[in-house]
Write a protein that binds this ligand. Structure first.
Ligand SMILES: C[S@@+](CC[C@H](N)C(=O)[O-])C[C@H]1O[C@@H](n2cnc3c(N)ncnc32)[C@H](O)[C@@H]1O
Length: 303
């Protein structure tokens, strides 16, 4: 376990290290020493994962004697102390009330991306309609699958450049029972779509938007463990938006809407890019922290 904080190195390493309470207290000290602000929560979630108990039961039974679980807990603790994201260690993250499998090949779904789902649903007058959805840069599939879970007669296509991410997305569709309405395909944004899919009523995209000079300030969980392809927006963070802006209009069905996530300070620049490409920005939605997060665009209607 070299490289782990001393507080972790000093913990018993055998298979019978002690009680759950012993492990939790030592694990919290170790995670705090590694600079993790959510040490208590993370220790509890690791224990919950390894024991197969809910977090409340973990807290309620500090007297539980750990057998073989101790060494398994120690190996996951060392990974977390090395700043690997908890979601990747336990292999899942909740988004829109649904559990999504995540791996080192996918972005961990972020709470602020739920703003995309809220905005798309708010713009959908008839939730029972037979809508078609396109998710550009689908990653774990969280955006497309969350929307399909709310729109019972919709179907959707998720595209990504990463074949490994697409595998995870397809697995998530199957786990959620949505595989009959979700298709996944490898494509460089909309370039791989040959027109046989028709146009889409709803288009979602959460492109990579971290500017080159912003990487140094990212948490290690993000900069060291999340896929560069899912993060990097090029020199000014806007490279992906420049590729997407001319593609959206031809892919939108008449009356349809596209919902594009942006970085916290990018909504103005992204709106301008879409307007330069002949689209109308109809709304900009803020996330729960009040940051402008989702640019909503439509085709300009002929008068
Ligand atoms: C910020 S992540 C978003 C993932 C997921 N939609 C979410 O919200 O959690 C961006 C995604 O775009 C994908 N991507 C990057 N460049 C791409 C390209 N040129 N064409 C298609 N997908 C791309 C990445 O692989 C990654 O899955």
């Amino acid at each position: 376990m070299s490289g782990a904080p001393a507080a972790i190195e000093d913990m018993p390493q055998g298979t019978h290290g002690g009680t759950l309470g012993d492990w939790l207290s030592a694990a919290v000290r170790g995670l705090e020493a590694a600079g993790i602000e959510t040490a208590r929560l993370d220790a509890r979630l690791l224990a919950s994962f390894v024991l197969g108990w809910n977090p409340a039961r973990v807290l309620a039974h500090p007297e539980q004697v750990l057998g073989g679980e101790w060494s398994r807990l120690q190996s996951l603790l060392a990974r977390r102390a090395n700043r690997e994201p908890l979601a990747v260690i336990i292999g899942k993250r909740e988004f829109w009330g649904l559990d999504f499998a995540v791996t080192a090949d996918t972005l961990v779904p972020r709470p602020e991306s739920e703003t995309l789902i809220e905005a798309a649903l708010a713009a959908t007058e008839d939730r029972d309609a037979d809508l078609s959805i396109l998710d550009l840069g689908t990653g774990s599939g969280c955006l497309l699958l969350a929307l399909l879970s709310e729109l019972p007669n919709a179907r959707g296509l998720g595209v990504d450049l990463s074949a490994a991410a697409l595998k995870v997305a397809a697995g998530n569709a199957a786990i959620l029972g949505l595989e009959g309405r979700a298709e996944f395909r490898q494509s460089d944004w909309g370039r791989g779509l040959d027109g046989t899919e028709g146009r889409f009523d709803l288009i979602l995209a959460n492109p990579p938007y971290v500017a080159d000079d912003e990487f140094a300030a990212l948490e290690p969980e993000v900069s060291r463990f999340e896929p560069r392809l899912a993060l990097s927006g090029g020199p000014d963070g806007l490279t992906s938006y420049r590729s997407l802006a001319p593609q959206i209009g031809p892919l939108l069905a008449p009356g349809g809407g596209a919902f594009i996530e942006t970085g916290a300070a990018q909504a103005g620049a992204v709106s301008a890019l879409f307007e330069e490409n002949g689209l109308a920005v109809t709304s900009i939605h803020a996330d729960l922290c009040g940051r402008l997060r989702v640019v909503e665009v439509q085709q300009v209607m002929d008068k």
